[in-house]
Design a binder for this molecule. Sequence first.
Ligand code: ADP
Length: 996
Amino acid sequence: MSARQLVLRQRAELLGALCCGGSSEGLESVLDLLLSWGMLFWEDYQNVRVPGRALCANTRVLLDLVYTKGDETCQLLLAAFKQVLPEAQRAGLSFGNCRTADLENTRDDTKELHGTAIQTLQTDRPGLVRRLKDHIEGALEVLLHTGSFTPSDCDEVQLLVYTPSQQARRLLDQVRSKGEPAAKVLLQYFQQTEDHPSPFNQEAPPKECLSYQKKLRSTVSAQSHFLSTYGGTSSLSLEDIYTEGQLELAQGGSEAQPQTGALGLEDVVGLVGTLNQEADTVLVSGEAGSGKSTLLQRLHLLWARGAALHDFFLLFPFSCRRLSSEQRELSLRELLFLHCCWPDGDQDRIFQFILDHPHLILFTFDGLDEFMQSFSDSEQRHCCPTQCAPVPTLLFNLLQGSLMKGVRKVVTSRPEAVGPTLKRYLRKEVLLKGFSPGGIDCFVRKYLRDPTVATRVLESLRNNTALLGLCHIPVFCWIVSKCYKELLGCGEGEGSPQTITDVYLMILQHFFQRRASQRNTMGIGWVQEHQDTALHLGQLAMEGLGASCYVFTGTELQKCGVTEEDICMGFLIRSEDLSSSTNCKHYEFLHITMQCFFAALYIVLNNNLDRSTIPKLFQPQDRQQQPGFHRVCLGHCLTQQEGALKEANTAAETPNLQITATFVSGLLSQRHRSLLLLSCPGPTLDRKSKQVVTCLSKGIQKHFKSIPRPVEGEKKSMHAMPGFVWLIKCIHEMQDSRIARDTMAKLEVEHLKLTYCNIGPVECTALAYVLQHLRNPVGLQLDYNYVGDVGVEQLLPCLHVCHSVYLRHNNISDEGIRKLIEKGIQCERFQKIALFNNKLTDACTECFAHLLKTKQNFLSLRLGNNNITAAGAGQLAEGLRFNRSLQFLGLWGNKIGDKGAEAIANALKDSQTLVWLSLVDNGVGSAGACALAPLIKNSTLEELWLTKNCITRTGVECLILALEGNTSVKAVWLRGNELSPEEVEEMTQREPRLTF
Ligand code: ADP
C-alpha cells in the first residue's frame, strides 16, 4: 500500500496519537522533522501551526496538506511519526517503508548548497530545539544585546504557558522572522556554548577536585572579605560597602552602535561585547582608583560564595604586584598551587582535571600595569603546563592563549598601559568609569551608615560640585567619606576642598590627627609636626615609584628611616600575600595614589632635593632617554633583587609620575603655602613653584606648537595629544588664574578636539578652569567621553568662550542639559550644540524651546539618538516657531512619529534660515512626509533627511510635488522607507533629487 493510502486509512489513529495527551509537543516535533527534511515550506508550517487554534484542528490541517503533497511527503510524515511517538503508541500503526536515512543525506547536500544561517536553523531544527531548551536565557540575552531582539520579543518567547521545548521553538521562529543577521547571532551562540558547554552537562568532578574547590573557595573568600583601604581598621566588609561602578564596552575606537543597557558585573566575563571569539582574555581598564581591584575582589567573593560565575568550577586570582616579585622559574602547575591554593588531595588528579576542563577555569590578574615587564610579542612561546619558565613568560603565554587555551582570563590595568600587542589577544575590553551620581550617593550612605550624617555630607557635596566631580572616582569618594568630619567642619567657602591635592591633604591631616588625638598635640602647623613621618614615607614612596616598586620589605622601610610609629599612622598596610609566603613582613601603601602623594610630599618638603627632579618629573614620557634620572633622584633601588629590578620599569610608571606631578603642582600652589612654610624656607618653595610653572608652560606650548597648519578653507583645529589633559589638570591644581591665563594666552585655535580622551567630571573641572581664559571663542569637542551631568555642570564656567559644544555619547541626562542651556542662553557666543546619543527625553525639550525662543543667533541643534517623542517634538516646535536663526536641526533616531513631524513642519514652515533637517529613523509615515512638504517650498532648505522611516508612495508624491517648483533643495534622503523597487525606480526618474 502506498504511503498516501496509509495516511488516509490511518487518519483517525494518527490524529489520536498526536492529540490524545492534549499537548502540542508531538505535533511540533513532527513539524520540526518535516521542516528539517525540507518536506514543508515555512509557509506550510505557518498554515499548520496557527496559535490559538485547537490542536486537533492543526493536526488535521497537517494531514490534509501532506496528503495533497503526494506520496513522498506522506512517506516522510510516517517516518516522522515513527520517530516521535513513544513505543506504546507506535504499536498499532503501520509506517510502510520509511527511508529517513536517504533523506538525511539529501539534507546534508542541500545544507552545503544553500548554507544561509536561516536555512541552517531550519535543517537542524530538531537538534537545535533539543539544545536550545536548556539555554533559552543565554540565547535571549545574546539576541537582546546584539539588538536582534527587543525585550517584548523575549517576553513572547518566555511565556509561562510554554514548555522549554516550546520556548525553544518560539525562539527559533522569532529569529527566523528577524532575518539572516539574527540567525547568524544565534548560530554563533550555539558555537560558543558548544565550545564551552555548561558545567552542569559534565560528569561530576572527582572527589579530590570537589574538596580542592572547597579549599579554594574558602581561601578566596577570606582574601576578598575586606578591602585593603580599610586596612583592618574598619568593620566594613566588602559586602557592606561594595557599590556598582559604571562599566562600558570599549568599541575599539569606532563610532559603532551605541551600547544598549548598562553592563553588569558578570557581563565582564560573559558573552556581551565579544570582539574576538578566538581570544580568552578580557581586559578591564580604568584609571587609578576607579575600582578595578575592588571589582575583581567582588567577583572573587561572589564566586567563592557560589553567588555568581556558576560556569566556572575553579577561580584562580593573581596579583601582578605579587607575580612581579616572583623570581623563581615556575611551571603553570606550581604557579596555581603556590600562588593561589595548595591542594590537600591528589595534586596530579586535580591538575589533570584543570587541564582537561579549561572552560571551567577562570584566572584573574589584577594590575597588569604594575607588572615588571611590559607585554611583548618577542616573549618566548611556552605552551607546556608542566615545564618551568620565568613568570613573565607564563603570564604572557597565558594571556595570549598559547598556554591554557580556553581558560577565561580577566586582567585589570590602567588604560595607558595596554599596548597594541596585548590588544590583539583580547576577547573584549571593558572600561570601568567609576561611580555614577547614584553610585556616589549609595556609597556615602553605605559608608557613613547614619542617614542624617550621610544626608549632610551629600548636601555638602552638592554645594561643592568640583568635589562631587572628584567623588566619581571611588578612591576619592572613599577619602571624602572617611574625612566627613573635616569636610563638614570646613564649611562651603574657600576653605572647602576643591582639588585632588586638597582631598589628599585632608586625609593626611585625618590620619595624623587620629594619632595626635591619642597624645593630644595637634596644632596649626600639623605638617611640620609630622614632617619626619612625611619625609620617611615620602622617600620610600619616591624611590619605590622610580624603581616601579610597590611592595616593600622591613629592611627597605628601615633604609628610608620609616619607624614603627610612622607605620602606625595607617598609610602603609601589610601586604598579606607576600608576607605569608616569605615569613618576612611586606608593606604597601593604602593605594597607589597614596604612594604618589607621599612621593610628591617628599619632592616638596625635601630641602636637599636635586634641582633637576621637578623638570624631569614633568617629562615622564622622555625618561627612558634620561638614564641619569634613577640615579640622581631616586638613589638606590629597594627590593631584594636589586640588580634585577634596577633596569625594570612597569607600564604604570608614566601614569604614576604624572599623578605625582599633579600633586606637586597642587602642593606648591599659593593656597598651601602657609601650611608648608613652617616646614620649608619660603625661597625654596618659591623656586620649586616657579620650576613647576615653567614646566607647565613649556609643556603646554609644546602641544600648541604641534598644531598643524589648517588646510585652506578649514578651521584651525587642535586635537589633544596624550599628556595635554594631564597638564591642564596640573594647572588646575595650582588654583592660580594668572597661571591659567598666561599658559592659554598663546592658544589660537577655533576648534579644540578632545574626543575619546577619558574626560570625566574631574577633567571637566580642570578644562573649564583653564579654558575660560581663552581669548578667542572655540568649538569644544568632547564627544565619546563620560562627562555626565556633573561634568556638564563643571563645564559651565567656560561656556562663554565656546561657540559650539559637542557632547555626543557622554551619558548626559535632562537635568545636566537643563543647567547647560540655562547658562548657554546667557552666553552671546554660544551657537551650536551636538548631543547625539545621550539620555535625553521629552523633559528637556522645553528648555531647548526656551533657548530657541530667546537666542536669535543660535545656529545648530543636534539631538540625535535620544528618547524624544511626539510630545517633545511638540515642545521643540513651540521654540522653533519663534526662532529666526536656526540652520541645522537634527533629530535622527528619536521617536517623534507623524505627529512630531507635523508639529516641527508647522513651526518651521516660514523659516528663512533652516538649511538642513534630519528626521531619520523616527517612525515618520506619509502623513508626516506630506506635512514636511511645505518646508521644501521654503527657499533656504538644502537637505532633508528622512531615511529609515515608514513613508509610502503617498508621502513621496507630496514631496515630489513640493520639489517641482523648488531649486534650493539639493537632496531628500528616503532610503529605507516602505517603497517597492519599482516605485523607487519610477520616482528617481521623476525626481533625481530623491535619494533612495
Ligand atoms: P584601582 O584598582 O582601580 O586603583 P581600587 O579598586 O583599589 O582601584 O579602589 C580604590 C578604593 O576605592 C578602594 O579601596 C575602595 O575604598 C574604593 N572603591 C573602589 N571601588 C569600589 C566599589 N565598587 N565599591 C566600594 N568602594 C570602592
